[in-house]
Design a protein around this ligand. Sequence first.
Ligand code: EPZ
Length: 421
Amino acid sequence: MARFRIEGGHPLLGELEVRGAKNAALPILAATVLAPERSVVVDVPDLRDIQVMIEILKALGARVEVGRVDGLRSLAVELPEVLDWELPEGLTRKMRSSIFLAGPLLARCGRVRFSYPGGCAIGPRPINYHLQALKAMGAEVVEQGGYVEAVAERLRGAEIHFDQPSVGATENALMAATLAQGVTRLYNVAKEPEIRDLAGFLEEMGARIEGAGTDVITVHGVEALHGATHRVIPDRIEAGTFLVAAAMTQGDVRLLGARADHLAAALAKLAEAGAQVESGEGWIRCRGPRRPQAVDIRTAPYPGFPTDLQSPFLVMATLAEGTSVITESIFENRFKVAEELRRMGADITVDGRVAVVRGVAALSGAEVEAMDDLRGGASLVLAGLAAQGTTWVTGIEHVERGYERLDERLRRLGAAVERIA
Ligand code: EPZ
């Protein structure tokens, strides 16, 4: 198993390009099955979860080619007229995001069958909202023996009220509704930039959508969609992770391709911690303070502070001057990384969904393990960059699910990180 060896204490300096967003590319790739044509998705990061999605698409009958468009890694997905509607079990178990295919496959084939995705390190991760939406659109859903089968000759428009905003359920319902008969209104939906990006792709395919990025989305169902070419938005979570890394190593990093408007809540917190943050069209620069100040954080659906940046900020708080209170309101169990950080000298007390972090003057290198939460894993790398001495991070396959060639890109900024196979 590969691991990272990190010599701490080198400030991150220089420029880096942000890749396309994993969490936008995954639903967009799933959406390609809505049309029996060729679609091209541009700036798709080279990550394990994306590879699993490619394998699933192939198993359903798609042809997927990796190429370059404007120098960016791109996937051309060509869908046949007849698709398999059963998701391959081995692959779907590897990745929760396979659930994104439920809505589009049902809409396209009239039927879908998949094994119930399990929980993961950050919590139980139910899919009840996804299924609620499909049922509301007229699907007959049978859950039996760990499998879900949904059938509907043609979905029909419906009024769907979500109990809480869910990124995945909003995306699934949105994709399914594009081919439904009549109008679908989705209330209390997620407003993340990835939703807008997916809606943009669907519109390019011929879908009729209003309100993506607001609380209510209206979809006028159409008879058929066609292939389209779409460039995915830059990864705001990757960008945020690199900005925190700059801030906590007293570095100075300019991220190219990053969008400040997608990161407003996190940038405000970086500034509150004492970092100097500047941004312009297509770039964000962050210069770290001598020592970060403690900041309180409460995660919330977009435009609130993103849960996916909670652990990088938790790590920054371990070295801050003062005490930070960090509240995780999205996932039940997203403080597992605290235990590993304690091995490096962090002072963190976790009580349910609240972590109290008393800043210490320094972290010390240690052997730590990344768990099945890729953001927590990346945060251990950040801790290693700022710690005194050598840090070994094991379990890096989890980190590499979300960050392309992380070691190589950090090295380009002057970090001493090695990936040891
Ligand atoms: C997406 O997950 C992201 N994944 C996550 O990123 C991200 O943390 C999360 O949104 C929140 O921003 C992708 O986009 C692939 P949700 P998703 O449905 O869609 C509850 C990363 O690190 N819920 O918005 O699964 C759920 O338990 C990953 O890149 C139900 O109760 O998240 C949670 O408390 C991790 N029933 C809340 O809703 C459901 O049917 C929000 O989750 C669905 C969700």
